[in-house]
Write a protein that binds this ligand. Sequence first.
Ligand SMILES: NC(=O)NC(NC(N)=O)C(=O)[O-]
Ligand SMILES: [Zn+2]
Ligand SMILES: [Zn+2]
Length: 440
Amino acid sequence: GNIVSVVKGIYQHGEIIKGHVVDYGNAVVMPGLIDVHAHLDDPGRTEWEGFSSGTKAAAAGGITTLIDMPLNSEPSTVSVETLKLKVEAAEEKIYVDVGFWGGLVPENALNVSALDSLLKAGVLGLKSFMCPSGINDFPMTNSSHIKEGLHVLAKYKRPLLVHAEMQLDSEGYPKENDDINDARLYSTYLRTRPPSMEEAAIRELLEVTKHTRANGSAEGSHLHIVHLSDSRASLKLLKEAKSRGDSITVETCPHYLAFSAEEIQDGDTRFKCSPPIRDAANRENLWGALMEGQIDMLSSDHSPTIPELKLFGEGNFLKAWGGISSLQYVLPVTWSYGKKYGITLNQLASWWSERPAKLAGQELKGAIVSGNHADIVVWEPNAEFELDENHTAYHKNPSISAYMGTRLSGKVLATFVRGNLVYKEGEHAPAACGVPILAK
Ligand SMILES: NC(=O)NC(NC(N)=O)C(=O)[O-]
Ligand SMILES: [Zn+2]
Ligand SMILES: [Zn+2]
C-alpha cells in the first residue's frame, strides 16, 4: 500500500525491475487529489449524495482522500456519538480514504471537555460558520466561540476551518427573505451577499488569529478560511495577517475560478452557492492571487442536494439550496480553466495534494515519495470531453452540477488508493477499500 521507491526508467541497481510494470506512456502520474472540503451527506441525507456515490465520483475524478464536512449529514457531526454514527455509515462504503471534520457549534464551543472528547475521538479538526449554514442542527458561531475553539485545538495542533461570511444589518442590501419579485435574477441574489460580508467576518477572525502566532496563547492552532470568493479586501487582510505571523491559510474553489456572475442565466440555481460567484474581474483577481501563492490551496466544496431543492421550476435564487455539485470534475476543471493562466502540473499537485495533506495532518499523503501511501492519479491533460449526459457521472444527482454542458480537458485513466486500483477508465474496484481516517 506504500510507495517503496521512485526510480527513473525501469532499471534499479542495473537490473530491469522485476514484477508487474504498467507503462502509462505520456500520461501524467501525480499524487492523488486530497479534497479537504466535501459534503457527503451521510448518514441521513444519502439521497443528496452518500459515501458510496460520493467516493465513487471522487475516485473517477482522481481524488484519493476526502475530508468530509460535519454538516448536511443528519445528524451533524458535533459530538463523539454523532462521529461514531458517521464512521459506521462509512464502513464498507468508501472507495477512497475519508477523514472527518467535527463541528464547532454553540452547544460545544464553550465546553472544553466536549471538544476534547470529539478531538480525541479522531476528527482531524473543527469547522464553524459565522452565518446561518442552512442546516438546522448546525447553528452559527461568534468570535468568542471561535476563540475558545482555537485554544482547545492548539493542544492537538489541528485546524479550525471557518465559513467566513457575516450578516451586516447596517448595509442596505436586500436580505434573503425580503419579498423581492426578481428572485430569478442572479444579480438579486448576488446583492444579498456582498464582499463586505466576507471582509467583516475575516476582520473579526483576525482579532482571534493573533493568538495563533509563535508564543501566542493559541500557538499550535491554525485557522483555515474555506471557499474564499472576495478577491479584494478579504484577500488583502489575509495577506497582512500572514505577514504578521498568524497561522492562517485560505482556499478557493473551482467554481469561483471557472464561472462569473455575468454568465449566470436567470433562474439557473445550479450556480447558487455562498459566498456567491462574483463578477469576471473578481475571477481574474482570484486567479492572480492563486498563481502568486496568496491563496494556498483548492477544494471542491461539493455541496449537492436533490434536484427538487434547487427549485429549477421557479428558479428562485433566494430560496433554492446553495451549493455547487462538482466533486468528480475538479481536476479537469482546474486544468481546463487554468491553462490560459499558465498553471503547471507542480502547481496542481501543490494546490490539490501537498498543501491539503498538511492542513489535514496527513504526513503520509500528498506527495509521491518513498514511504508515503501509494495514492496516485494517472491522467491525460490533453484528452478532451463533453460533460453531457453521455459522460458517466457517479454523483447521486448529476443534473444539478453547474458543469453540465461544459467541454473540459483532462481525462483520468486510473486512480490508486494505498496501492489499490480503485478506478480505471469507467470501472471501479469490485469492493469499497477506502479507509476511514481518524486522528491519533
Ligand atoms: N451547508 C452547506 O453545504 N453549505 C455550503 N454551501 C455553499 N457553499 O453554498 C457551504 O459550504 O457553505
Ligand atoms: Zn461554507
Ligand atoms: Zn461547504
